[in-house]
Write a protein that binds this ligand. Structure first.
Ligand code: 13P
Length: 270
């Protein structure tokens, strides 16, 4: 099946009151493991390429890998740019065949975030791709969180039509120190003022009960990067005893598959 956009799968998540996993891929082997898992589990999925992989020069090669492997799959898959940094980067991703892009204007002023998102929506929609924007800041677990403001959600969604909205509710990228401090009341207030599907970044290390609460309130996409990378490294190390490359890769992929399956079970409440 050819790649789809978030517009084809997020309404399904809303109907079923589940969250679609967005897995970041950093290598071809992780990509293979993730796509095998979503196909086996019959789970629609978002395959995200993030800024670390892009800095490592892999925007086009990872996109080509996803496009090639998805062709033989029955499960719908979105190829998504994670935390797009500029209009130029979005254009590059669209040229590489991405069917969905995030523009992260959260470090800009509110007005500039609206302006850059409007520009990205214009370009992405012309290319048939979906768009995710961000309000509030989702930083590292060491940083002070900047929570999404409810009035900003009202004004932003009135000014620009996006397909998904990432919200800062105390979530952070990387592993949390202790139990994360997620503001579910703020999430509920945001849900009450918009129908745009909401996205939870920083999905690694959030306890299962908090993930369930977030989904009950209305989170429809959850991003997981760190746990996937860690699972791959753990697997590689566990398979390294004989120094055989393919033994290691096999163990790495098996470990990624197990972690991805556990997230699918949780997000889709299987
Ligand atoms: P984690 O690395 O914390 O899973 O966050 C992933 C993410 O939000 C990517 O945008």
């Amino acid at each position: 099946m050819s790649l789809v956009t978030m517009r084809e799968i997020l309404p399904y998540a809303e109907e079923k009151k589940i969250a679609i996993p967005a897995f970041n891929i950093d290598t071809m082997e992780i990509t293979q493991a993730i796509l095998e898992t979503v196909e086996e589990e019959n789970c629609p999925a978002i395959i995200a390429v993030g800024q670390a992989a892009i800095k490592d020069g892999k925007l086009e090669s990872l996109a080509a890998t996803v496009r090639t492997l998805a062709k033989d799959m029955k499960t719908p898959v979105v190829l998504h740019l994670d935390h797009g940094q500029s209009v130029e980067q979005v254009v590059k991703a669209l040229c590489a065949g991405f069917t969905s892009v995030m523009i992260d204007g959260s470090k800009l002023s509110f007005e500039d975030n609206i302006a850059v998102t409007q520009e990205v929506v214009r370009i992405a929609n012309a290319a048939g791709a979906s768009v995710e924007a961000e309000l509030g800041a989702i930083l590292g677990s060491e940083d002070k969180p900047f929570l999404v403001r409810v009035q900003d959600v009202i004004d932003f969604t009135a000014a620009v039509k996006v397909d998904a909205l990432a919200v800062g509710i105390g979530n952070a990228h990387g592993l949390y120190k202790g139990r994360p401090n997620l503001d579910f009341q703020r999430l509920q207030e945001v849900r009450d003022v918009t129908d745009v599907p909401l996205v939870l970044h920083g999905g690694s290390g959030i306890p299962d009960d908090m993930i369930q609460t977030a989904i009950e309130i209305g989170i429809r996409k959850i991003n997981v990067a760190t746990e996937i990378r860690m699972a791959y490294v753990e697997g590689l190390l566990s398979g390294s005893a004989n120094g055989d490359y393919y033994e290691m890769v096999k163990a790495g992929k098996a470990s990624v598959k197990a972690r991805a399956k556990s997230k699918i079970d949780l997000f889709l409440r299987k």
